[in-house]
Design a protein around this ligand. Structure first.
Ligand code: 26Y
Length: 808
């Protein structure tokens, strides 16, 4: 049988699959394990991808469009097998064949590891961008790190987060191809000497430590087309493996040490998001994937362009995802000057014209600042180049722009013996953008104010988006089928077409089907909850969900304290009735972030109290689901009624979970922050519930030293009660939450939790009322689906193409 015929009919697929199972397992079909069944399916699909992959590369080489390379230290891609199968339009055949063979499709898919090669929003956004670009057929490739261990697995033990190493490669990963032939050397430490040779200053880099960078490529398949792009992840290895017999004991130990030091670079993903901690190994990671990626891109470019780099920036765009790859600037200068022999001026022109930069956070503690001493020691040549970029830039500020010394100091790349990586990224790029309208405004007016004054043309804004394939089509098949049956399938590649759904807003039979789908999704989640947590939830209750990293600014604490208050209400008024509510949380805390871990412990303590109190008659339930990741998200988003997006205004750059919920018909309960503002605009005021201080109000309190949380406390008996409960033994004698109490009262509540409390509680009451009008609720929910077109990553990628990468 020809391989391409495998997918043409159920029978041919069955035969091919049986054969593949026997090949991978070395056993008869009936003896093979579940893992073999998964492996075989993955392999068959990879063979199909492989031939499309080769064709795509060839096409790109023949018609040389401008290529975009996305440099990111995180790519949170999620499981791939189902996405591949659906994108290849073979789901029906594969599913039916597998079931006719007496196997279970979903169970097989569940054997796949979920690669946790990212922390949260930023890494997941990159995965959405890869998927959208492939779907749009664009030459767009990712460049990142092949972490041996991804983000830790979270367990909840006695209500607390416990971290377990994530060994995602334990059983091998069938979707990557190792390409040892394309390995490159990345150099660390050492000394720089220079000499004038033929009148030209020439640099020699000696005594460096070479590390081998080996690429692993993962195919990125476009939806319902033939495009396969690449995500290239670099793995660190010792340059030479050692030859045992020739070593004496001492050399052997050195060699082993060198091997493990080399491999350490790509051993683990740093689990912090939003807190910079300046570790040498992290700096090594940043340079490692930047250098490896750029070397390879430039080598390849020269091969196809007669070794001439003049046109490089017209053909290639290197996109810097946050500051983590900001060494792209100096590294590109190094390659162009030291390896390719270009002058500083030519190298600088090519560098700036090739680089574009996106910022993802304005929290000051997240901004990367590397000590000069560390950088100088680890990357001596790169440091020299940064110094020179800085020197020339400051001269320009003085001479061309006439800035005074204090204005200049604020814009310097090197400040207080530290390299300010955001400043480096802005200076080395020709475009800087934020990820939602408000965030971009804050970048222009606050974070990069001085830069905006001198380079206004560099500043852009692109609101984030998410891929509807993963977050609706493949994960909410009920809704997908209903939409297809109602308005056709065009919306799958043009999400704006969902607006047509509004013609069903008054259609009772559509509403019935729509509500039934939501209920089915909620039952599915309820089953998952039952399996993993000691609680049974009512699928007819409101599913009110907050899933995201645990952080003070995201204010899971506000949500938790409100639940405690609601519980108090129910206890005080036994006759009171509300629509039953299930409050669902999930998310990881950075292992070193004590306060975030206390928030998890508090949520679980509240869950324990509330779920086990029969007197409130199951009116509220609280669930904390362990180990939130992309796979769990795919079960959660389709089941939500309420999407909690309640960050302190001005702090959440965009948010993307808000978009995933919206697409699945959840109603946003949110502050006017990040992309919530644009969601509000898209759906209209009547289809969202907003509350709380505006970002201007927060900023003006902050400028005057914060607000006085004690005053709020003094004047609010309900707040007094919940605060008291944190420390009075309500949660058992040993379960006090002193640090939470102190942060809210003694340390003035930096994230305005108490300040926004009443407004939030009112918003929650409003939701309770709205839910009791099914027609209105349906209309609100449908409007959220219908107006989610703007939040497709297809739209975001088109914006980048048009305004930033200039590839359209
Ligand atoms: C420097 C290090 C500590 C660091 C590591 C990870 C700093 C930041 C991060 C990750 C940031 C991040 O995920 N930001 C989120 O990016 C999303 C995509 O743009 C936004 O939607 C979200 O609001 C923002 O918090």
């Amino acid at each position: 049988m020809n391989k391409s015929e495998r997918f043409e009919a159920i029978e041919t697929f069955k035969n091919a699959y049986i054969q593949k199972i026997e090949e991978v397992s070395g056993e008869c079909f009936s003896e093979a394990s579940l893992f073999n069944q998964y492996e075989a399916l993955a392999e068959i699909i990879m063979e199909k991808n492989g031939s499309l992959w080769a064709k795509t590369s060839k096409q790109y080489d023949e018609i040389p469009h401008k290529r975009v390379y996305l440099f990111s230290i995180e790519f949170l891609i999620g499981r791939l097998l189902k996405a591949f199968i659906n994108s290849l339009e073979i789901e029906d055949i594969v599913k039916t064949a597998i079931s006719e063979l007496g196997l279970d499709y979903e169970t097989i898919l569940n054997k796949e590891a979920d690669p946790g090669l990212g922390n949260g929003g930023l890494g997941r956004l990159m995965a959405c961008f890869l998927e959208s670009s492939a779907t749009l057929g664009l030459p767009f490739h990712g460049n990142g790190i092949h972490y041996q261990h991804g983000l830790f697995e979270q367990k909840i033990i006695n209500g607390e987060q416990v971290e377990v190493a994530d060994n995602w490669l334990r059983h091998g990963y069938p979707f990557e191809i190792r390409k040892p032939n394309e390995s490159v050397i990345v150099k660390f430490y050492g000394d720089i000497h220079y000499d004038k040779i033929d009148g030209v200053l020439t640099f020699f880099y000696e005594n460096y430590e070479p590390i081998l960078a080996v690429p692993y490529d993962i195919p990125i398949k476009g939806y319902h087309n033939k495009t396969v792009n690449s995500l290239r992840l670099w793995s660190a290895e010792p340059v030479e493996d050692f030859d045992l017999p020739s070593f004496n004991q001492g050399q052997f130990m050195d060699a082993v040490r060198h091997k493990s030091e080399a491999e350490a670079i790509t051993q683990i993903l740093y689990p912090n998001d939003n807190k910079f901690d300046g570790k040498l190994l992290r700096l090594k990671q940043e340079y490692f994937f930047v250098s490896a990626g750029l070397q390879r891109i430039i080598t390849r470019y020269k091969r196809y362009n007669n070794k001439c780099l003049d046109e490089f920036s017209n053909k290639i765009c290197i996109h810097i995802n946050d500051t983590h790859p900001a060494l792209c600037g100096p590294e590109m200068m190094r390659i162009l000057m030291d390896d390719e022999g270009l002058s500083w001026m030519d190298a600088w022109r090519i560098t700036v014209n090739s680089l574009t930069f996106t910022n993802h956070t304005v929290l000051p503690e997240a901004l990367e600042k590397w000590p000069v001493d560390m950088l100088k020691l680890l990357l001596p040549r790169i440091y020299m180049i940064i110094e020179e970029i800085n020197r020339q830039f400051l001269d320009k500020l003085r001479i061309k722009y006439g800035l005074n010394e204090s204005e200049i100091a604020a814009l310097a790349i090197i400040q207080d013996e530290q390299i300010n990586m955001a400043n480096l990224a802005v200076v080395c790029s020709h475009s800087v953008n934020g990820v939602a309208a408000l965030h971009s405004k804050i970048l222009r007016e606050e974070t990069f104010r001085g830069y905006y004054q001198i380079f206004p043309e560099r500043f852009n804004s692109v609101t984030n988006g998410v891929t509807p394939r993963r977050f609706l089509i493949n994960s909410n098949t009920g809704l997908r089928d209903l939409i297809d049956a109602s308005i056709g399938t065009e919306w799958q590649s043009d999400l704006f077409a969902l607006e047509e759904l509004m013609k069903y807003a008054e259609d009772a039979s559509f509403m019935e089907k729509y509500d039934q789908i939501k209920l089915t999704n909620k039952i599915h989640l309820a089953d998952y909850i039952k399996k993993h947590n000691p609680v049974t939830v009512n699928p007819n209750s409101i599913f009110d969900i907050q899933v995201k990293r645990i952080h003070e600014y995201k204010r899971q604490l506000l949500n938790a304290l409100h639940i405690l208050d609601l519980y108090n209400h129910l206890k005080e008024n036994p006759q009171m009735e509300i629509v039953p509510h299930t409050f669902i949380f999930a998310g990881k805390a950075a292992p070193g972030y004590y306060f975030a871990k206390e928030i998890i412990r508090l949520i679980n303590a509240i869950a324990d109290l509330v779920n086990n109190d029969a007197s409130i008659k199951d009116q509220i339930k609280v669930v904390f689901l362990a180990n939130f990741n992309v796979t769990l998200g795919e079960i959660i988003y389709p089941a939500a009624n309420i999407s909690e997006q309640i960050s302190t205004a001005g702090k959440e750059a965009s948010g993307t979970g808000n978009m995933k919920f919206m697409m699945n018909g959840a109603i946003t309960l949110g502050t006017m922050d990040g992309a919530n503002i644009e969601i509000h605009e898209a759906v209209g005021d009547e289809n969202i519930v907003t509350f709380g201080l505006s970002s201007d109000e927060v900023a003006s309190f902050e400028k005057s030293g914060g607000y006085r949380s004690f005053e709020v406390f003094e004047n609010n008996a309900r707040i007094q009660k919940i605060m008291q409960q944190l420390i009075d033994g309500t949660f058992g004698n040993f379960s006090h939450f002193q640090s939470i109490y102190d942060s809210l009262l003694l340390y003035n509540d930096s994230y305005f939790v108490l300040k926004d409390f009443d407004s939030y509680a009112n918003a929650q009451r409003h939701i309770n009322d709205l839910y009791q009008c099914p027609d209105q609720w349906f209309r609100m929910s449908l409007s959220n689906v219908a107006y989610s077109g703007l939040f497709s990553s297809d739209r975001a990628i088109l914006d980048y193409q048009k305004n930033i990468w200039k590839t359209l």
